[in-house]
Write a protein that binds this ligand. Structure first.
Ligand code: ADP
Length: 479
């Protein structure tokens, strides 16, 4: 089975969030199950630089007002990639979608439409290499690929995966003639969404099947409350909508071999975790103490992630005898709340604003617990990385957090099954009560180490979900 994955990010080449992790890991997991997968990416400088064995497989004289080439190559993990090298569209560094000042790049619609059109042409075999059986598009950036494929009436099945419904790829109506889509598709059951064009809606409607990244999120997005305007549409398509949980790459996140951490550890030999705690406290300028509960955050600092609320509870954490190590960036008001907390409690709260992959690994290895108080969370990968590193997630009971964490309820504790703490209704009061619950569990070392042990042995890889995707592809192809 030949599968073309189409996405704008792929770890380790280019990443702004969980999408990249999934596109970097799922194809490798599918490959292990026998599928033949190629990832199609925009040729950002970092993507072209990160590929080895590059070959030009097709030259295109004109694509959206400039030349383009398709370049094939491999990542250092052996993943097959085709990159769209088109300097007038993708030759810039930094965030792929936004300028330095946080505005959407003005040519987003043109460049991702051109990218999606070529994805459809690649899938059908129109551009030379052999055709694919499945085109699997991810998020709004690739949302038009199933549209172009459908309009070409090609014999290729398409899947769209929604990683976060908040990002809908909305553009003015005037874009349509520039991206080669006829007016007749600008309807309520086509690409029109409240007088705008939505690339994501196009992908949902024109793909053969839509998935999202957890079963709970697949249900939430069919409601008015969780559907972000798409609830009715998604409910009407529930027969071709399903949730398949994300996993993480067990080689990238491996506490036995991770070069970014201070001491290795594992489920069968967890002692090295204490050394990582000391190393983390030293590195981030926190008071060194093995017995102080060390909480962490590794996240985009946004209201989606509930971190506005956590920002108001730093005094509570410190006064209750805990420490906080935070790595992230995002809304300036939230950044400032945490910066102020670090100034107020310099030995107990450490804040690093920015993106830092190795530090994220050390924080996961050295912390006792991680906050993910999300208001909504399609899947969430941070809690999976945390569990792999024996760090107990404290999270909102939503989406994929609900599907991957077992709350330390009396019943779960009695069965030795708990892997974290979950709470409903993301309010300061409820988060504060959950923090208190964490302190009280931490005070009983036997209970805390049992929860940590459950985390360390919880399966968080891709194997099961890769099989679920293969079953879906096979159903679509009727094989
Ligand atoms: P998102 O909604 O941002 O995609 P996920 O939990 O699905 O959230 O994935 C986020 C990924 O990005 C995780 O691998 C997490 O460790 C990583 N991450 C988030 N913020 C940072 C940061 N500031 N530095 C390093 N890694 C980060």
């Amino acid at each position: 089975m030949r599968i073309l994955m189409v996405a704008s990010e792929c770890f380790p080449l280019i990443k702004t969030g969980g999408l990249a992790d999934v596109v970097g890991a799922l194809p490798l997991a599918l490959g292990k199950e026998g599928a033949d997968v190629t990832v199609f990416l925009p040729g950002f400088p970092a993507v072209l630089k990160g590929l080895s064995g590059k070959k030009t497989i097709k030259e295109i004289t004109s694509l959206a007002g400039g030349p383009a080439k398709l370049i094939s190559g491999k990542t250092d993990r052996g993943l097959s990639v085709i990159a769209l090298d088109s300097p007038h569209l993708f030759s810039f560094d930094g965030n792929p979608y936004q300028t330095k000042t946080g505005e959407d790049r003005p040519d987003n619609a043109i460049k991702f439409a051109a990218f999606s059109k070529l994805a459809a042409d690649l899938a059908t075999g129109k551009l030379g290499p052999k055709a694919f059986n499945i085109l699997h598009a991810h998020d709004w950036q690739a949302g038009l690929a199933p549209v172009y494929l459908n309009l070409a009436e090609a014999n290729v099945k398409s899947v769209l995966t929604i990683h976060n419904l908040a990002f809908q790829g909305l553009f003015p109506y005037s874009i349509l003639p520039k991206i080669g889509i006829a007016d007749r598709h600008y309807t309520n059951d086509g690409l029109e969404y409240w007088d705008q064009v939505s690339f994501l809606k196009g992908g949902i409607i024109y793909s053969d099947h839509t998935t999202t990244v957890s079963p709970s999120y697949a249900l939430e997005i069919q409601s008015d409350a969780g559907g972000m305007g798409f609830g009715g549409l998604l409910k009407s398509r529930q027969q071709s909508l399903s949730g398949i949980l994300n996993g993480i790459d067990l080689e990238v996140w491996n506490p036995e071999t991770d070069p970014a951490i201070a001491a290795s550890f594992s489920a069968t030999s967890p002692n090295g975790k204490a050394k990582n705690k000391t190393a983390l406290q030293k590195k981030m300028g926190l008071r060194v103490s093995g017995s102080t509960p060390l909480f962490c955050v590794i996240s985009r600092l946004t209201t989606q992630k509930g971190l506005d609320i956590l920002g108001d509870l730093t005094d509570h954490i410190v006064l209750s005898g805990g420490q906080l190590a935070l790595l992230g960036s995002g809304d300036s008001a939230i950044e400032n709340k945490f910066r102020d907390a670090a100034k107020k409690h310099p030995t107990e709260v450490a804040v690093q604003i920015g993106y830092d992959e190795p530090l994220a690994h050390l924080i996961q290895a050295g912390s006792d617990a991680i906050f993910i108080p999300s208001r909504f969370e399609p899947c969430g990968l941070t809690q999976l990385c945390a569990m792999r590193y024996g760090t107990v997630p404290i999270a909102g009971r939503v989406g994929g957090l609900n599907d991957t964490i077992i709350d330390a309820s009396p019943a779960a504790l009695a069965k030795s099954a708990a892997t974290g703490l979950l709470f409903y209704d993301i309010t300061a009061h409820n988060l504060s009560a959950t923090i208190d619950r964490a302190f009280s569990l931490y005070k009983t070392p036997k209970t805390w180490s049992e929860i940590r042990q459950n985390c360390l042995s919880h399966p968080v890889g891709w194997r099961r979900s890769a099989k679920a995707y293969l079953d879906l592809y096979a159903d679509l192809l009727e094989i």
